[in-house]
Design a protein around this ligand. Structure first.
Ligand code: MOS
Length: 749
């Protein structure tokens, strides 16, 4: 039986349920909570990049007014869960490998070496400046190009030949080398920093020696709960993590970081809640970032434009103490029909902090190289890049040799091409101009696994008709609360304004982190299942009631709509949900449901979301200034639950892609191993003046193999493929191919 088919609310561009709270300051972010007896922590960072702390002089800081403690490796309370012989080859999906205040070793510049706790933030900040450390410095390695030759296959792949990060060969290895029509190019992406509006922050509060509550900026309340429980060797249920609102996060909240442990250590020591918020500068060193990457693509094709071979190699930066890896080469394995595909992934440890996924993570890095190479190849073939992509479009996953659950990329490409006015594009670069400005058009394709994970939700219906649904997911900005309300409203057959969705609390039924574009498919499925369970409960209360007119009716015989149960065969026989509860004298009914993806389906089908982005740019002939004048961003992301919030995500991803292409890049001064770009004056993210109006196109075709709502993820595909759309447009405008991001004006003159 079909529970519902997009009754009223699914697909509606509903306003955010928390919009008013957010714009009026009513939404509380983690650092905005106030607890009695609060104290404030400020971190002191190392001023060297590699070596040992010889001594720390904390006397002046300790004497400063209001200071409660100055903690460092010599006097820090011990963290029982620190693994003595933690080896960087043991990957930890959740929880940082770096053991803060553990010993005298310094692994990266601005590594937290001490925390000062005081009764006010100002006093803590002042005293932190009085802490002086002496070091024994060692020679550091922070330049990626200098050390590139030392890259190696990730240990996990070395140990397990079946690991997905191993070299991949379909057909013949490096087959492009023997072909006539080919291209071969190298690509470089600098480290990019997340820089969400809300800085990473935490309030750590030991409610008892073995009971910890934290208000934390995280994308994973359950993940953080588990990490802290392991770290402090206390029962998981003794750790409470609250992240009611998250002011933007692009992956930097998928991991726990040294500042969180530092605050928890400090709270233990001073026996008071400790509030700690990173400074904007510390956001560049103390939480993760998109790692510096070098890539090389070789590609060959037949004269009529069929790809014959692709080889894609990538090296990603990691830290010296942890092996961070990502799926940089995935798109190359499955996007095009090529019979010969080779991929090789390596990592390069440097004396830097550990990277982390950053929106569209490795895939966005990989797509820059692959989609640039596609443009280069099309140029060699004298073929329209759209036509070239359509020619190599595949209706089956060539990597796994499976059908797609759904794929409407072709449709997305044609819709987007129409909207940008692709027919204006000239094959010959430098053909179009607008006064002193050269005009060009480019495109880039993106894909990301349409993931779905186990999640659960609790739904409570009260006698007054209100429904409260809870799940321990987070909302980092996409509008999760809003779409969950829409899903629940349709599943229950009640108005959205009767529904409250609560999230961001580890006490709620478990849900995965908000990451990997999987929240609607995962948590949405749990919410929907909980609502169906609620209806079944209502049905059982009704059909068991001799006077109700529903006696002996089965759940399947009932219609749930407008807050009423009715007999489908005799709609006049009806009862409101609230009357069901009142008749039974029940103040409320509640259910908790867990929802899992079907492994069987996941083995039968390949599930991906797809995107394609089109850009129009103008490049000033003399100054090399690039203006992005139009972007059309298109998604095949299954059924779109809310065109407004989903559209917001696509726009945000496009802006991120403009940053990647034109402005963003963290620069290390290799002499000191220190970032010189540590604020928004030096590290440029696109502002309104840098971004045009962005048109969003959704194919909006459901994927019911993925889940009952028909959704696929959006967050990642919004950025994957945007940067090459822009750099390809720059090539089309100027004939200059810049493969080292960001494409700043100096590179174009
Ligand atoms: Mo995203 S990189 O899964 O926050």
């Amino acid at each position: 039986m079909k529970e519902y088919f997009f009754q009223d609310n699914m697909g509606k561009p509903m306003d955010r349920v928390d919009g008013r709270l957010k714009v009026t300051g009513g939404a509380k972010y983690s650092a905005e909570f106030e607890l009695p007896n609060m104290s404030h922590g400020v971190l002191v960072g190392s001023t060297i990049t590699k070596g040992r702390i010889k001594s720390i002089d904390t006397k002046a800081a300790e004497r400063a007014p209001g200071v409660l403690a100055v903690l460092h490796y010599q006097n820090s309370p011990k963290v029982p869960g620190y693994v003595q012989a933690a080896h960087p080859t043991e990957p930890k999906p959740i929880g940082q490998q770096h053991r803060v205040f553990y010993d005298e070793q310094v692994y990266f510049n601005d590594q937290p070496i001490a925390i000062v706790v005081a009764d006010t933030l100002e006093r803590a900040r002042y005293a932190a400046r009085l802490v002086k450390a002496q070091y024994e410095e060692e020679k550091h390695a922070t330049s990626f190009p200098k050390h590139q030759g030392k890259a190696f296959l990730p240990t996990a792949a070395q140990r397990n030949p079946k690991h997905g990060l191993n070299d991949y060969v379909r057909g013949k290895a490096d087959a492009y080398k023997g072909e006539n029509l080919k291209i071969e190019s190298e690509y470089v992406i600098p480290s990019e920093m997340h820089n969400p509006m809300e800085l990473q922050s935490i309030i750590a509060h030991w409610e008892a020696p073995d009971r910890l509550t934290v208000y934390d900026k995280t994308q994973a309340v359950i993940g953080s709960q588990n990490a802290f429980a392991r770290e402090w060797k206390i029962p998981v249920e003794n750790v409470k993590v609250i992240a009611t609102f998250v002011g933007g996060a692009f992956g930097n909240g998928l991991h726990t970081w040294p500042h969180e442990t530092a605050a928890i250590i400090a709270a233990k020591k001073v026996n008071r809640p400790v509030k700690l918020m990173l400074t904007r500068e510390q956001m560049f060193t103390m939480v993760g970032y998109r790692p510096f990457a070098w890539q090389k693509v070789g590609m060959s094709a037949t004269p009529d434009g069929k790809i014959t071979a692709i080889t894609h190699e990538a090296i990603g930066q990691t830290s010296s103490y942890e092996e961070f890896t990502e799926s940089t080469l995935q798109q190359t394995r499955m996007m095009y029909t090529s019979p010969n595909v080779t991929t090789r992934y390596r990592i390069l440890p440097l004396d830097v902090s550990t990277p982390i996924w950053m929106r569209g993570p490795g895939e966005a890095t990989g797509a820059f190289a692959l989609e640039s190479a596609m443009d280069e190849m099309a140029h060699v073939l004298k073929m329209d890049p759209l036509e070239f992509r359509l020619k190599n479009h595949t209706d089956r996953d060539p990597e796994r040799n499976l059908p797609w659950s759904t794929k409407f990329l072709k449709e997305a490409m044609l819709m987007g091409a129409e909207k940008i006015g692709w027919n204006k594009r000239q094959l010959q670069p430098g053909s179009l101009r607008n006064g002193d400005w050269l005009v060009g058009y480019g495109m880039g394709v993106g894909t990301f696994g349409a993931h779905r994970n186990r999640a659960s939700a609790k739904a409570t219906m009260f006698a007054d008709g209100r429904v409260v649904i809870q799940s321990a997911t987070t909302d980092i900005g996409p509008g999760t609360g809003t779409v969950m309300v829409q899903i629940a409203a349709d599943a229950l057959g009640i108005s959205p304004d009767k529904i409250i969705f609560e999230l961001g609390n580890s006490l709620f039924p478990p849900a995965p982190s908000q990451g990997g574009s999987a929240t609607v498919a995962s948590v949405g499925s749990a919410v929907r299942d909980a609502c169906i369970a609620l209806k079944k409960k209502l049905a059982s209360l009704t059909t068991g009631n001799a006077d109700s007119g529903f006696r002996n009716a089965k759940y399947e015989d009932l219609t749930f709509q407008n807050g009423q149960i009715s007999l489908t065969s005799s709609p006049g026989t009806k009862l409101s949900y609230t009357d069901v509860l009142k008749q039974q004298k029940l103040p409320e009914i509640e259910v908790t449901e867990e929802s899992r993806p079907s492994n069987e389906e996941r083995q039968k089908y390949s599930m991906y979301s797809f995107s394609v982005h089109f850009a129009e740019v103008q490049v000033h002939q003399l100054t090399g200034q690039v203006k992005v004048t139009k972007v059309v961003t298109c998604a095949d992301a299954g059924k779109i639950v809310n065109k407004k919030t989903a559209g917001n995500q696509m726009i945000g991803g496009a802006v991120g892609g403009i940053g990647m292409a034109l402005t963003e890049g963290a620069v290390i001064d290799d002499r000191f191993g220190r970032y010189v770009t540590k604020d928004f004056a030096e590290y440029h993210i696109p502002v309104h003046a840098d971004t045009p109006d962005i048109d969003v196109v959704f194919v909006d075709k459901p994927d019911f193999i993925n889940n009952a709502m028909g959704t696929k993820g959006i967050g990642e595909i919004a950025i994957i493929g945007v940067a090459p759309a822009i750099t390809n447009a720059i090539f089309n405008a100027t004939g200059k191919r810049i493969n080292e991001l960001p494409v700043t004006p100096d590179k174009l003159i």
